[in-house]
Write a protein that binds this ligand. Sequence first.
Ligand code: GDP
Ligand code: MG
Length: 166
Amino acid sequence: KSGFISIIGRPNVGKSTFINRMVGQKIAIMSDKPQTTRNKVQGIVTTDTSQMIFIDTPGVHKPKHRLGDFMLKVTRSTLSEVDVIMFMVNADEKIGTGDRFIMEWLVKSETPVFLVINKIDLVHPDQLFEIITSYTNEMKFAEVVPISALNGNNIERLVETLESYL
Ligand code: GDP
Ligand code: MG
């Protein structure tokens, strides 16, 4: 099994930390040419059973007026071409404007969208439930997976679940 996974989320939710952990080294493949490649490959992960190619969707957290028409098209087509979209959010923050901006796109997506709640090491389970609900009340997700990219908590389950969508 192999496939493409796009990671979307506003700055500082832990996207790079997650990819670095998956790849197991600081940099796998990276393009330094901004906007010349439509999809920025961030890391390729090969397990016993699958190959997963993680890509970034540049600028997706930025309000529309700050994105050109070209970038909007790129973003849209990226979302439709991957196998899974990982929407990453902070476990210690309720839904905010930046998240809602991204969800405007995601809600229209025909690609399965995972809600990945990162940094669960920072919150009490009761608080986590409240945070998750603040997202799931607004949109239906294919899967909801809480993780800690920093300490590795529940990453294996996320990978298994991703594999089942490839
Ligand atoms: P990005 O902007 O989405 O790529 O976020 P980064 O990967 O750069 O992470 C932003 C900050 O969050 C860094 O200081 C990370 O160390 C921290 N961080 C990432 N994942 C976790 C996590 O699971 N738990 C905690 N406590 N901090 C995290
Ligand atoms: Mg980053």
